[in-house]
Design a protein. Sequence first.
Length: 197
Amino acid sequence: MTPKQQRGAETADRLLDAALQVYADAGEQGVTVSALTRTSGVSLGSMYHHFGSVDGLMDALLMRWLTRLLGELTAALERSRTARTGIKAVVRAYLGFVREHPDAARLLHSSYADRMNMAQARQVRDAQEARLSPMAAWVDGRIAAGELAPLPLPLIEGLILGPVVATARRHLSGLDDVDLAQAARVLPDRIWRSLAP
């Protein structure tokens, strides 16, 4: 990477870090050009050069954290020897991500992210293909081996992530009635039972 490319990457990172901070502090409505440039120390022209718009910056921020979450879920699967331990590891990894990165998790579970995902579902899936393919291959292999119920991949995904996402959203909403540590103890076995052959 040339020095100019390095500076450009550092500027983009500063903008992404600032966008998450502004979102965490002020919510979606607080993510304005002035807040982003003030927090990042980056000029308006640089922001537009790197991301094109505030929406472009926020989309990049969502993709950054979605990529990281999917990477952690994939790593959890790859360390697992059986379908049962894999499902449990994914559930625990997801809840661990929410606990360790609450601001990013709040963004990933926000109405902003929902709108983007609904409007750009195919583009998001295509952009994450490198992360999703190993997970799909893992599931297909476990179904072929008779370790998982022979269900379509979207249903398996829903059975695994549905309860986890609902728990994460409830926790992130500010209600203090969800204990993530307890959820990490209880949900893996319950979810596994719905997927066992």
